[in-house]
Design a binder for this molecule. Structure first.
Ligand SMILES: Cc1cc2nc3c(=O)[nH]c(=O)nc-3n(C[C@H](O)[C@H](O)[C@H](O)COP(=O)(O)OP(=O)(O)OC[C@H]3O[C@@H](n4cnc5c(N)ncnc54)[C@H](O)[C@@H]3O)c2cc1C
Length: 380
């Protein structure tokens, strides 16, 4: 069979968080360019919940699909529990199914945009893309694929691995006024673990067993621990599992070859460093990038690559991860001290993309100094 050929102005490889955020930002523009998204999946299924902090009065464009907001988050160890409450910031969750539905509907209503499902990209030569559905040629390509060949799992120096269940309990269980951000924190072997609890209602919530580790493990390896923790919390049979959420997210700098974007071939999303190195949070960074990329196009400029964090802030992120890697047995103490000493709003800015020197200084003052000094003098 002969290959079919297609031309478009902008071609996005991968219709996940980055590709669809770009489509949603593009839909609000007056640009007269054709935009095609090639997505390998045959259809979208709910596969994750994106959570992050925004200011309560922020002009956030996905407020219509926020699943739940909280202004309080809790930390705990087996010995004690403490909370942060903020008037300025809220922790919000977007369910991926709502985000995918919104994007699909928006693309359908926009004559300039086309989403092609079940269309895996095979080979790339310049801006010519070979797929099983034909050959695409575009003036601008935005590559957001979480390409399995780019094994950040093997190329990162530290990982966040989690395995969780979204559950429906048979009787009231969750306190839905407060997120369990890092509960049951403990040091385990060469790693640090905690339970992340997102209560959507008194009977619905996501419970994730999370590990920060330098050893690459499979999320599935954490299933036993998760089951054990849930049994302790809810009991054996008092819940139904609605959805399993799992991932390995890279932390610290990626060791893989950094892909070089040009003005007509842009790498974006996780593979382009969109995730915060010290936390794995990425949604807000991706959302902000998509908006600024479209604004740049409107101004006739090149689509920008990710804004680098300030070098001070990036240095601290990397030093933070190096410290956890070198002194895993200090992890619990570091997180306990940090989350107790830092005020709620300062903590949010630290977890978000703050570049404010004063926030960074407060973090340096708050953390226990010895493990950080040890990491400073350790060459790797
Ligand atoms: C389970 C999970 C939970 C997360 N939770 C949070 C959170 O709470 N808060 C937060 O800020 N961040 C979170 N993240 C991190 C980050 O925000 C997400 O990973 C985000 O989806 C990254 O966006 P992306 O566009 O890089 O990748 P994706 O959203 O994964 O999109 C990549 C797309 O490329 C497609 N693709 C791959 N190969 C091809 C190919 N050859 N051809 C065509 N298409 C292809 C994939 O099917 C996919 O749709 C989470 C990540 C995961 C995995």
């Amino acid at each position: 069979m002969q290959d079919k050929f297609f031309d478009c102005d902008i071609l996005i490889l991968g219709g996940g968080c980055t590709g669809l955020n770009f489509a949603l930002a593009y839909a609000k523009s007056n640009l007269n360019l054709s935009l095609t998204i090639l997505e390998a999946r045959e259809n979208y299924e709910h596969d994750r919940n994106w959570s992050f902090w925004i200011e309560s009065n922020d002009n956030f464009q996905h407020r219509d699909i926020i699943r739940k907001t909280w202004n309080s988050w809790r930390f705990s160890t087996s010995e004690e529990s403490w909370s942060h409450i903020s008037k300025k910031y809220e922790y919000v969750t977007i369910a991926s199914r709502d985000f995918y539905d919104k994007a699909i509907q928006t693309i359908k209503n926009d004559k300039r945009q086309t989403l092609i499902l079940g269309c895996a990209v095979h080979t790339i030569s310049g801006n010519t893309i070979q797929t099983e559905k034909g050959i695409y040629n575009a003036k601008i390509v935005i590559d957001t694929r979480n390409n399995k060949n780019i094994k950040f799992e093997a190329d990162a120096s530290f990982y966040q691995v989690f395995y969780g269940y979204e559950v429906k309990t048979k009787s009231t269980f969750f306190d839905d006024t407060q997120v369990g951000l890092m509960t049951e924190m403990k040091n385990i072997k060469n790693s640090f673990s905690f339970l992340y609890v997102l209560p959507f209602s008194k009977t619905d919530g996501l419970i994730e067993y999370t590990v920060f580790t330098k050893d690459l493990i499979k999320p599935d390896d954490l299933r036993k621990e998760l089951n054990h923790s849930i049994k302790k919390l809810i009991g054996d049979t008092n819940y139904d599992i609605k959805h399993i959420e799992q991932a390995v997210l890279p932390m610290g700098p990626l060791k893989m070859d950094q892909k070089k974007s040009s003005s007509t071939y842009i790498y974006a999303g996780t593979q382009a460093g969109a995730l915060r190195e010290s936390s794995g949070y990425g949604f807000l960074n991706i959302y902000n990038w998509a908006i600024s990329a479209v604004i740049n196009l409107e101004k006739g400029k090149d689509i920008s690559i990710y804004k680098n964090r300030s070098s001070m802030s990036q240095y601290l992120d990397r030093h933070f991860i190096k410290t956890l890697r070198i002194s895993p047995s200090s992890s619990k103490k570091i997180f306990v001290t940090l989350t107790k000493k830092i005020q709620a709003d300062d903590f949010v800015r630290f977890m978000s993309e703050t570049n404010r020197l004063i926030d960074l200084i407060k973090i340096i003052i708050a953390v226990p100094k010895l493990p950080f000094l040890k990491a400073l003098f350790k060459n790797e």
